[in-house]
Ligand binder design. Structure first.
Ligand code: G3H
Ligand code: 13P
Ligand code: ZN
Length: 284
């Protein structure tokens, strides 16, 4: 069934695990993630990025996810990733998304507060939960590139004011993770994370740029309030890596299913690995 984001993250908070939020762009990816969730008995969040919306369109994404959620035994949440505008948040509400992110992290603080609060008011009116972002996460997404010098880590002391004034249900924090592949070891600021968690012990925190973070860092972050972990890059790599392997082994193959089928299978295994690491396996 389709459920709201806060339902999943509240359970994750009570039972101390994190829910994987995996980026989706097409049918095979959605099927890979849902199959992993079913096999692991894990709650799951499927999220649409700006690039996904451009590529597939909101209608296709919602239709595919709805088809998947309808027959799934595990709870599924459909989430808007990095929503840039009030208009897009409204569009997703209209199309039945059960969670939205309003990303005002590039705005001056007061603007971020004002626009996030507006998105929260609309979403809450129809029972949809909202993720906000405070600080600026590094790396590259479709529309936005944040260079290292431009990264702003989340100021813990500002978090209570932001959450109280906006009403967000969960918060993306910048503590050193980056979107995309890392060059070198990522450095997570655990002191910062611990302080945020100390100030707001009940607030579910969201870790973006979850790909490439060492497992022991993930295990350390979860008890410090991280309840949603976004993963895209590692899944892409698993999918395309397998497709490439099949095409190299069988250059004469022209049936897309013979290429995308194994890619889907490889991605499923990667998702299952993440679910076990996040502790969400067996929780649904
Ligand atoms: O937002 C994070 C995603 O990894 C960016 O994905 O290229 O589909 O926009 P995108
Ligand atoms: P990665 O691509 O680094 O896994 O980040 C995904 C993400 O944060 C989507 O919002
Ligand atoms: Zn992100």
């Amino acid at each position: 069934p389709l459920v709201t984001g806060i339902e999943l993250l509240e359970d994750a908070r009570r039972r101390d695990y994190a829910v994987g939020a995996f980026n989706v762009n097409n049918m095979e990816i959605i099927q890979a993630i849902i199959a992993a969730a079913e096999e692991e008995r894990s709650p799951v969040i499927l999220q649409a990025s700006q690039g996904a919306i451009k590529y597939a369109g909101i209608r296709y994404i919602r239709a595919l996810v709805l088809a998947a959620a309808e027959e799934a035994k595990v709870p599924v949440c459909l989430h808007l990733d990095h929503g840039p505008s009030f208009e897009q948040v409204m569009e997703c509400l209209r199309y039945g998304f059960t969670s939205v992110m309003f990303d005002g992290s590039h705005l001056p603080y007061e603007e971020n507060v004002r626009l996030t609060a507006k998105a929260v008011e609309a979403a809450h009116a129809v029972g949809v939960s909202v993720e906000g972002e405070l600080g600026k996460i590094g790396g590259v997404e479709e529309e936005i590139r944040v260079e290292d010098w431009d990264v702003v880590l989340t100021d813990p002391e500002v978090v209570p004011d932001f959450v109280e004034r906006t009403g967000v249900d969960y918060l993306a924090v910048a503590i050193g993770t980056k979107h995309g592949f890392y060059k070198g070891e990522p450095k997570l600021d655990f002191e910062r994370l611990a302080r945020i968690h100390q100030l707001m012990p009940d607030l579910p925190l969201v870790l973006h740029g979850g790909s490439g973070i060492p497992e022991e860092h993930i295990r350390r972050a979860i008890p410090l309030g991280v309840r949603k972990i976004n993963i895209d890059t590692e899944l892409r790599a698993a999918f395309v890596g397998k497709a490439r392997e099949v095409m190299a082994a069988k250059p004469e193959e022209i049936d897309p299913r013979k290429i995308l089928g194994p890619a889907r299978e490889a991605m499923k295994e990667k998702v299952k690995e993440k679910m076990r690491l996040f502790g969400s396996s067996g929780k649904a």
